[in-house]
Design a protein around this ligand. Structure first.
Ligand code: HEM
Length: 484
């Protein structure tokens, strides 16, 4: 109709970099998409439209445009696109993170928030954290007495792996179920498959052939099979009558299956449980570990900040060795250190992709239905209009500011925002605070022989979540005056 044509004529599309046929702008996205997109946004603005293969994709790169997308127009764009990796790993989108926005997702998310990620659950798993942190401290103490450097990337990961696995599955790797190396490989490969660049997501039909040729399809199928076997093993263990210990995530989910719980139009089945466990494994472990690794990296690069945060913790603790959840509430400077870490090193720098469900506008630009949308949180953290001297690691910038990381302040979005915000903010934050507080309380951290502060790099490894590329090696020195 004429009216429709008129409307189309008056619509403004966001600025776009020029692209090629078929691949569109794909060639402009490098190994670290958040960085390529940040550079492009300096030229094309805070709302830009890219063609990634066939798929129109909008990138927002400032706190104000993020606020428009995640707050004002959240309901227009809080679905998820169908992507090959997530589809296979989530038993056809039965999980929380990749399910489209529908009744099933709404009810599942509510249930998970109440049963799995609640404050009550966080307190219930505190003894697990304490036990695992104690083991960690013992092993660091051993390295300290030998004066050998430890690999912080590995150490932080080992801590979150053991806490999440105990809390979710009640397994520990000292037992016989699995060894930690093969488990780490399983999780690594699955994360890579989840975030893998799949040609079929961008180029219909032909892309599938590409994925088949490159072997991606085969690798993905293997990863799904291996994970499935792992879930089966965990579920079998829980079916045994004499299982020890308190109620874990698998117990809670099996109970719901038995009660024939209904979510949206779906009755909860074994595949639903597996998909939810996938989220816990892949969203819960890596993010907290990466945050701790980056925090230790920035502290090692900034000895003044390191000393100050250690003094805060040690002054509060005196000669007491065991840090409680209540203690961590007092560590105001530590909380600023963590926020500053998230500003410069958000674990999921462009969040997860959203899909537009109904047309809306950002800055007067029309965003049509089915457009994919990413918020470049990494770029927002480095925006000089928001942050003074953005490249400087300065936790003090949060002293007189009410900015927190819980999704209401669009300058700082490590957990995302809107309806799709991470449902486990409290669980993730307490994990990071508790792990760091203990490492900083009990040990001083020195550079390995011959290394200078300037030698510590902040190069990033590619992936859906972005870790420090090179290992961080530091020598722990046990603090004397604490009662052991
Ligand atoms: C420091 C720790 C963590 C960080 C920084 C983090 C960050 C994030 C981010 C950025 C998202 C995507 C939000 C979006 O697309 O807008 C997300 C989603 C999610 N996270 Fe976390 N997360 C953390 C810990 C956890 C933990 C411990 C769990 C579970 C045990 C978890 C479970 C989830 C789930 C299920 C989603 C999907 C939400 C949805 O799509 O509805 N996260 N997280």
């Amino acid at each position: 109709s004429i009216e429709y044509k008129n409307r189309r004529l008056h619509q403004r599309r966001p600025p776009s970099p020029p692209g090629f046929p078929i691949i569109g702008n794909l060639h402009q996205i490098g190994e670290l998409p958040h960085q390529s997109l940040w550079r492009l946004s300096k030229k094309y603005g805070p709302v830009m439209l890219l063609k990634l293969g066939k798929v129109p994709t909008v990138i927002v790169s400032t706190s104000e445009t993020a606020r428009q997308a995640l707050k004002i127009h959240d309901l227009h764009c809080c679905s998820r696109p169908g992507l090959a990796g997530p589809r296979d790993l989530s038993y056809n989108y039965l999980d929380i993170a990749f399910s489209p926005y529908d009744d099933y997702w709404k009810e599942l998310r509510k249930l998970a928030a109440q049963e799995l990620f609640s404050t009550k659950q966080v307190h219930a798993i505190q003894p697990i954290k304490e036990e695992e942190v104690k083991k960690l401290i013992d092993s660091i103490t051993e390295s300290a007495s030998l004066k050998t450097p430890i690999n912080l990337n590995k150490t932080c990961l080992a801590l979150t792996v053991s806490v999440i696995c105990k809390a979710a599955f009640s397994v520990s790797f000292e037992g016989t179920v699995l060894n930690s190396d093969s488990f780490n490989k399983l999780v690594r490969e699955a994360l890579e498959m989840l975030g893998s660049f799949s040609a079929s997501d961008f180029i219909p039909c032909f892309g599938r052939i590409i994925d088949w040729f490159t072997g991606l399809q085969g690798r993905r199928e293997k990863s799904v099979r291996d994970l499935d076997a792992f879930y089966e093993q965990m579920i079998d263990l829980h079916k045994q009558e004499n299982k020890q210990g308190s109620e874990d995530f698998v117990d809670l989910l099996l109970k719901l299956e038995k009660e024939e719980a209904v979510l949206g139009n779906d009755k909860l089945t074994r595949n639903h449980i597996k998909a939810i466990l996938m989220n816990v494994l892949l969203a819960g472990i890596d993010t907290s570990a990466i945050t701790m690794t980056w925090a230790m990296t920035e502290l090692a690069r900034n000895p003044r900040v390191m000393k100050k945060v250690q003094s805060e913790i040690r002054n509060h603790m005196g000669s007491r060795s065991t840090i409680t959840l209540d203690d961590t509430d007092h560590f105001k400077y530590l909380k600023m250190v963590i926020k500053e870490t998230w500003r410069l090193h958000p674990t999921t720098p462009i969040l997860l992709p959203r899909e537009v469900m109904s047309e809306f506008e950002i800055n007067g630009y029309t965003i049509p239905v089915k457009t994919r949308l990413h918020v470049n949180v990494w770029a927002i953290g480095r925006d000089p209009d928001t942050w003074k001297d953005p490249e400087v690691f300065l936790p003090e910038r949060f002293v007189d500011s009410d900015i927190d990381a819980k999704g209401q302040h669009f300058e700082l979005l490590p957990f995302g925002g809107g309806r799709r915000i991470c449902p486990a903010i409290y669980m993730g934050t307490t994990m990071v605070e508790f792990g760091l507080a203990n490492m900083l309380h009990r040990f001083d951290w020195e550079l390995p022989e011959g290394m200078k502060v300037e030698d510590i790099d902040i190069e990033e490894a590619p992936g859906l979540t972005v870790n420090k590329k090179n290992e961080l090696l530091l020598v722990p020195v046990a603090v004397k005056y604490i009662d052991h």
